[in-house]
Design a protein around this ligand. Structure first.
Ligand code: CA
Ligand code: CA
Length: 374
């Protein structure tokens, strides 16, 4: 506001009163309390428009609980009313309230909420008192037992917030993981793009996706990794998505591929099912460690006897990666396509990691390579 006068006429001026809004504001933190003006001793005034902005910690959701409610009752709460919206002033409406019946608590999808209290020009009542509390959902993690169970947050109660959780399972080399769905209900299967479980053949979402599960899944449904690692990602994208699951895993079956090999023992490494004519399958992830048990010998020798993987200019589809040490080591080779000149690979390392990955389409005959050290 600015007052400005020029060089012409003079007048008596102005006198304005100001005061802070009697209601509303921004509440930041883990929890808080909101009341109507004068609650509980006095009735709220007429002609109010009060707005509260609730701001909980990141990655939390808010539970808003009514401790008291007594607002002028009207058809469709048209006269005096309280509304709660999630995600702030432009978010979805969670409820519109009036009368004197205490509603159930409401949960928001995110850490933000907006509350508005509006009254008309006549008839009032004691008002309301609300509390909000922020909660974080704990989920995901790494499991390394040979058998185990994991489930959605708050299982067997349905999970009701937007969330992404990742479970990574690792079992000893040479074993594959069998996941068994004991129970899974992700609500309507029309929402498969929004609410689902994705199972990946290896660690992380960059490994081939074995399955995408959603809706109601028959108890006993199984998904198997090819090697000793698997990842389960749970995605819920709507605030009211119903999601609950319980999965058991075992690891008594032999791996399809991958394992720990000793270079001193000289042997062959092949794509699963390699016979020189038939093709490997889609969505494989095979991880081998080739280790030299004698530290004095630090060279590992790999010769490609036959090599036919799907062609791709950058080896993005099906490929072999060879790294020094383990999966986090320096990348030495990334191979794909057809190799007719089978040059031997001499690698100056006492341990290497070899990964073969196939994507969801187009396969070829695969490969056979010989490993040794001398
Ligand atoms: Ca009123
Ligand atoms: Ca492929």
């Amino acid at each position: 506001m600015r007052f400005q006068s020029n060089s012409l006429e003079r007048r008596s001026g102005f006198n304005a009163k100001y005061s802070r809004a009697a209601c509303g504001g921004t509440l930041t933190g883990q929890n808080g309390l909101i009341e109507s003006v004068g609650f509980p001793e006095l009735y709220y005034p007429d002609n109010l428009l009060c707005e509260w902005f609730l701001h909980g910690p990141e990655n939390h959701y808010l539970t808003i609980t009514f401790e008291a409610l007594d607002i002028q009752n009207s058809l469709e709460c048209a006269n005096d009313y309280l509304i709660i919206q999630e995600n702030g002033a432009t978010g979805d409406l969670l409820g519109r309230y009036c009368g004197a019946t205490i509603p159930d608590p409401v949960d928001t999808a995110s850490n933000l909420a907006y509350i508005k209290f509006v009254t008309d020009e006549s008839i009032n009542a004691p008002g309301f008192r609300l509390r909000f509390a922020a909660s974080a959902e704990e989920c995901g993690g790494e499991l390394s037992g040979t058998v185990g169970t994991f489930s959605s947050p708050n299982y067997p109660n349905p999970f009701l917030h937007k969330l992404k959780c990742e479970w990574r399972i690792i079992v000893p080399f040479g074993h594959r993981i069998t996941l068994t769905i004991n129970d899974m209900n992700f609500g309507s299967s029309q929402n498969c793009s929004l609410n689902y479980l994705a199972v990946h053949n290896g660690f992380g979402e960059n490994t081939p996706r074995l399955s995408k599960l959603c809706g109601m899944v028959t108890s006993g449904t199984q998904v198997k990794s090819s090697g000793n690692k698997i990842t389960v990602v749970m995605v819920t994208s709507q605030d009211d998505s119903e999601a609950s699951f319980r999965i058991t895993y075992t690891s008594d079956e032999d791996a399809v591929c991958g394992g720990l090999l000793l270079s001193s023992e000289n042997g062959n490494l092949t794509s699963p099912g390699y016979d020189g004519t038939s093709n490997y399958i889609d969505n494989l992830n095979c991880e081998w460690i080739i280790q030299n048990p004698q530290p004095s010998i630090t060279t590992i020798y790999l010769s490609l006897e036959d090599f036919h993987l799907e062609q791709h200019i950058n080896c993005q589809n099906d490929y072999i990666e060879i790294r020094q040490g383990d999966s986090n080591g320096d990348l030495l080779y990334r191979l794909c396509g057809h190799r007719t000149r089978l040059e031997p690979l001499l690698i100056a390392a006492s341990q290497i990691w070899v990964q073969f990955l196939s994507n969801s389409e187009n396969t070829d005959k695969g490969f056979i390579m010989h490993y040794s050290s001398f």
